[in-house]
Design a protein around this ligand. Structure first.
Ligand SMILES: C[S@@+](CC[C@H](N)C(=O)[O-])C[C@H]1O[C@@H](n2cnc3c(N)ncnc32)[C@H](O)[C@@H]1O
Length: 277
């Protein structure tokens, strides 16, 4: 059964039985709660509140603030990219469909825009597919950003998008969920090098550079609460190699493809900033 929240439908019936663990806080559902969504359970809401409190204790922005700022950045980035003529979007670590989704923002600029949502969490994908049923030009696939080759070779993705043409890849609030030894910077490079000339990449990333103790406390709270995806404390080096700042968000465009990068978006230390070329 579905009803509607904002522009996104809400599926009231999640998968049942062993598939659905409602007692463990799920990072996508916690995020959904922060964004005002209804696709979350009591354990998610409780964890969200406790994480907010941990952030407040150390003077860091709360999870809710971070989620809203990230979402605002996502909206500005997609509008900007669609306005530049990009009509294909790959949203990696997409989370649950919520208000102002990528496909809606892109299609508001160009009704022909096509979107592939990608998440590694099977529950997010099955629920997301139900939410997106009957949504034109939009699919959701299950894949892991750590497997860039198989991800970009996914038959459904390749059937939906033409990777010989420019595409925008969105990595919003996901790479900092990878520990250093999973080499997030290498993942970014591998994706970038496989994109057609004219493609763009938009990402946000949290770093511990300016307030290491705050990041440590929040990471410990993720672990204590048993959130499905742990939050490792990103080292200054790994965060800096991606974005070079505290909460950073950037849009890069690759006019030549093949790794010949030109940075056309400038860093904005305000969370969610996106500066067009
Ligand atoms: C904090 S949410 C961000 C959602 C969305 N990008 C946004 O900004 O609103 C992070 C999402 O990334 C997903 N995720 C975490 N690690 C991932 C991985 N290795 N591959 C794909 N998705 C991942 C989680 O399941 C979750 O849905």
């Amino acid at each position: 059964m579905t009803n509607s929240v904002g522009s996104a439908p809400v599926v009231e019936e999640w998968p049942s039985g062993d598939q659905l663990d409602t007692g463990t806080p799920n990072v996508a559902r916690v995020w959904d709660f922060y964004l005002g969504g209804k696709d979350n359970f009591a354990a998610d809401r409780k964890a969200a509140e406790l994480l907010n409190q941990a952030c407040q204790r150390v003077g860091a922005p709360t999870g809710a603030e971070v989620a809203r700022e990230n979402r605002a950045f996502l909206g500005r980035a997609v509008t900007y990219l669609a306005s530049r003529g990009i009509d294909q979007f790959i949203d990696l670590g997409a989370g649950l469909p919520t208000r102002r989704n990528v496909h809606e923002i892109a299609q508001a600029v160009n009704p022909a825009a096509r979107t592939v949502y990608v998440d590694y969490d099977p529950l997010v994908v099955s629920h997301g597919r139900a939410l997106l049923a009957d949504t034109p030009q939009t699919i959701m696939i299950r894949a892991d950003v750590r497997g860039t080759s198989s991800l970009l070779e996914d038959p459904a993705l390749r059937d939906h998008l033409d990777l010989r043409r420019p595409v925008a890849v969105l990595l919003v609030a996901v790479l900092h969920l990878l520990p250093d030894d999973e080499q997030p910077a290498k993942i970014v490079t591998e994706i970038r090098d496989r994109l057609a000339p004219g493609s763009c990449l938009a990402l946000t990333h949290v770093s511990s550079d300016s307030r290491p103790s705050a990041a440590t406390v929040v990471a410990a709270e993720f672990t204590r609460l048993g959130v499905t995806t742990p939050f490792p404390v990103p080292s200054p080096r790994s965060a800096g190699s991606l974005t070079g700042g505290t909460w950073s968000s950037r849009v890069w465009c690759f006019p030549h493809g093949g790794g010949r990068t030109r940075t056309t978006g400038s860093r904005d230390r305000t969370p969610g900033g996106c500066t067009p070329a």
